[in-house]
Design a protein around this ligand. Structure first.
Ligand code: HEC
Length: 271
C-alpha cells in the first residue's frame, strides 16, 4: 500500500469542498480520485481489466447517486445545459466537440507510429558443439583436438609469434569487415546484421571457450549452428570453404593473443 497517495486526493477533495463547486465537478472529481487511487494506491500495478471493472462500478455508483434525487440531478445538469445553450460558452463547446475526435486520432496516430522492429527470438549464443566434424573430408574430433600450435607458446616463442602473425593477416583479410579492426564486433558491415558479430574483447566470449569450439564455429559458421543456435540468420561464413585447417588454428591464436585472453582449456591445464 502506498498510503502517501491518499494525501493529494484528500487535499483536492478538501479544496473543492471549500470552493463549493457544483455537482458536476464533484462527480468528476470523485471519478478521477477513485481512478487515481485504484492505479496508485497499491504498490503492484493493477491489471487494466481489473481497473476497468472497478471503474465501471464506480461510474454506476456516481450515476446512481446523481440521478436518485431530483435536486442533485438538476444541479448536475445545470452547468451542462448552460454550456450547451449560452453564447459565451460557444468557444469552449466547440473545443470540447473537437477534442474527442482529435484525441482518438492522436491515439491511432501514436499507436501506428511505433518503430517497426524485427521480432526477437531466443538464441543460445554458445550452443553445445558436435563431438566430431568433417573438415574438407577429414574427421576432426572436437573433444580431443587441441590447437597444434598452442604448445609453441612455451616451447618455441619465435615460431609461435610467426603463427600469430599469420593469424593476424588472415584476420585482416577475412574477418575484420564484420568483427572490427579492434576485434570488438564493430566492423563496417555490421549495420544490417542480426545477430551482431561477436565482440572478442568481451570476457563473455572467447575466454569462456575452448579453441576447438572456435575451430568448429569458424569452420562451419552460421550454417553449421544447431537448432538451438538459431534462428538461422547468422552472417558468420563457413570458412572451411576458404581457409586451410592450419590457417584457422592460426587465426584462433591471433584472437587470443591480440585480446590478451587465454582459451578455457589452456587455463584449466595450467592451474
Ligand atoms: C560477414 C560477417 C562475418 C565475417 C566476415 C566473419 N564473421 Fe565471425 N561471426 C559473424 C557473426 C554475425 C557472428 C555471431 C553469430 C554466430 O555466432 O554465428 C560471428 C561469430 C563468430 C565466432 C563465434 C564466437 C562465439 O563466441 O561463439 C567466431 C569464433 C568467429 N565469428 C570468428 C570469425 C573469424 C576468425 C572470421 C574470419 C576468418 C570471421 N569470424 C569472419 C560474422 C562474421
Amino acid at each position: 500500500m502506498n498510503l502517501l497517495m491518499l494525501l493529494p486526493v484528500f487535499v483536492v477533495i478538501g479544496v473543492l469542498y471549500f470552493l463549493r463547486v457544483n455537482l458536476l465537478v464533484w462527480a468528476l472529481a470523485w471519478w478521477l480520485g477513485c481512478y487515481f487511487l485504484i492505479t496508485h494506491l497499491l504498490k503492484i500495478p493493477a491489471p487494466v481489466s481489473v481497473v476497468k471493472i472497478y471503474m465501471s462500478f464506480i461510474s454506476l455508483g456516481i450515476a446512481a447517486f446523481v440521478i436518485s434525487d431530483r435536486g442533485r440531478w438538476e444541479s448536475f445538469k445545470k452547468p451542462l445545459l448552460r454550456l450547451a445553450n449560452e453564447k459565451k460558452f460557444m468557444p469552449l463547446l466547440i473545443l470540447l466537440v473537437l477534442a474527442g475526435p482529435s484525441l482518438a486520432a492522436f491515439k491511432v496516430y501514436h499507436s501506428m507510429s511505433q518503430p517497426i522492429e524485427a521480432p526477437s527470438f531466443g538464441r543460445t549464443i554458445h550452443p553445445a558443439p558436435p563431438d566430431e566434424i568433417t573438415f574438407k573430408g577429414k574427421q576432426i574430433d572436437l573433444v580431443k583436438s587441441r590447437n597444434p600450435f598452442r604448445e609453441l607458446e612455451v616451447k618455441d616463442p619465435e615460431a609461435f609469434k610467426q603463427h600469430v602473425e599469420s593469424g593476424r593477416k588472415i584476420y585482416f583479410q577475412n574477418c575484420f569487415y564484420c568483427h572490427g579492426d579492434a576485434l570488438n564486433g564493430k566492423g563496417m558491415f555490421v549495420h544490417g546484421l542480426n545477430p551482431l558479430p561477436t565482440n572478442f574483447t568481451d570476457p563473455g566470449t572467447i575466454p569462456m571457450l575452448q579453441e576447438s569450439f572456435l575451430f568448429w564455429r569458424i569452420a562451419k559458421g552460421g550454417p553449421g549452428l544447431p537448432e538451438e543456435g538459431g534462428p538461422w540468420m547468422s552472417a558468420m561464413p563457413a570458412w572451411e570453404n576458404f581457409l586451410e585447417e592450419d590457417q584457422i588454428w592460426d587465426v584462433i591464436l591471433f584472437l587470443y593473443d591480440h585480446t590478451g585472453r587465454k582459451p578455457r582449456a589452456a587455463e584449466a591445464e595450467h592451474g
